[in-house]
Design a binder for this molecule. Structure first.
Ligand SMILES: [Zn+2]
Length: 326
């Protein structure tokens, strides 16, 4: 952005800068299949949904074996890559590799290991390239009172950040979701601002870790998939917020709600009402801030909707049933 542009539109942009709204963050299309250079033990094949991921991206991994598999696990950059099969003894397992929004670009090795039902070890290795995300940057000069929270507010925000980190660090070993993920608002098909970075008075802030979905106050917010509510409270930045644990290290986050309709410990089905859209927290306009964490990586949630949609199309004949939506 030029200096002139930022001065001319200054006032309006300041208002937008402090909220999660504002300009578009490009959402890159998802490629559905790609073979990557990999080495697997005999009888095993590995495919990734794309040979590379951008920062904040997500890859679906498809592991096939000629023999029924008892267990599969993945590791990438010191993180567990969750894998699951549709049924016991399945020859096909899927995995999700989340690339954090701030993961340094480069090539990193994915290792997948497992065991067949008869006890044979299987393994695969593949190099996964991380590319820089082309996300918008916004430079703003604003009054100090907008940038600098009070010491009490800073303390509160820090404690809340730690609380969220502790939640995302816990991995529920069972997969609680089943089937596709949905966008949590009816009639909304896309979001904005994922990955957008703001530089306020010359100081770069952290990138925007979720996508913003437009809606008016009071619009029902639905659970993206089945899971368990692990946070339901007011946060300094995100306002009234709900976090749903879907199992295997996958969490969805819903922020700025006008009302919270669930409590910690509630089991929710896909489409259960979590609350209503609002403008609580550090915002000036109503919208839903929707976030996704996959094994501690902040990922664009719209990619999960798209990837599992494609995945379920490939395997529809194998799906016994899925939970109904409300
Ligand atoms: Zn937001």
């Amino acid at each position: 952005m030029t200096l002139r542009a930022s001065t001319a539109a200054g006032k309006r942009q300041v208002r937008f800068a402090l909220v999660c709204v504002a300009a578009m963050a490009a959402l890159l299309p998802v490629r559905t299949t790609a073979k990557v250079a990999n080495t697997c033990s005999p009888g095993t094949t590995l495919r990734l949904s794309a040979p590379a991921a951008i920062q904040g991206g997500l890859l679906l991994i498809d592991l096939k074996s000629t023999k029924p598999l008892a267990e599969v696990q993945g590791e990438w950059e010191g993180r567990i890559v969750p894998f699951w099969g549709d049924s016991t003894g399945d020859r096909r397992h899927k995995g999700l590799l989340g690339v954090d929004l701030e993961k340094a670009p480069g090539e990193y090795e994915l290792r997948v290991t497992g065991q067949t039902e008869s006890g044979e070890k299987i393994s695969c290795r593949a190099m996964v390239r991380v590319r820089k995300g082309q996300y918008a940057t916004e430079k703003l000069q604003v009054g100090k009172q907008f940038v600098e929270p009070s010491p009490e507010q800073i303390k509160r925000a820090d404690e809340e950040r730690q609380k969220l980190r502790d939640i995302f660090d816990r991995v529920t070993p069972e997969r609680l979701w089943d089937g596709k993920f949905r966008i949590p608002l009816d009639g909304v098909t896309t979001g904005t601002n994922f990955g957008k970075r703001r530089i306020l008075n010359g100081v770069p802030g952290s990138p925007h870790g979720g996508t913003d979905l437009r809606a008016v106050t009071g619009t029902p917010v639905y659970a993206a998939q089945r899971g368990k509510v692990v946070l339901a409270e007011a946060l300094f930045f995100a306002g009234n917020a709900v976090v749903v644990d879907h199992g295997l290290g996958i969490y969805t986050f819903y922020g700025h709600l006008s009302e919270i309709g669930v409590k910690v410990g509630d089991a929710v089905e896909t489409g259960a009402v979590l609350g209503k859209v609002g403008a609580t927290g550090r915002v000036t306009g109503p919208h839903l801030h929707w976030g996704l964490t996959v094994e501690k990586a902040r990922v664009n949630p719209l990619l999960l909707v798209e990837l599992l949609d494609n995945a379920s199309e490939e395997t529809t004949e194998k799906k016994p049933s899925k939970p109904g939506t409300k």
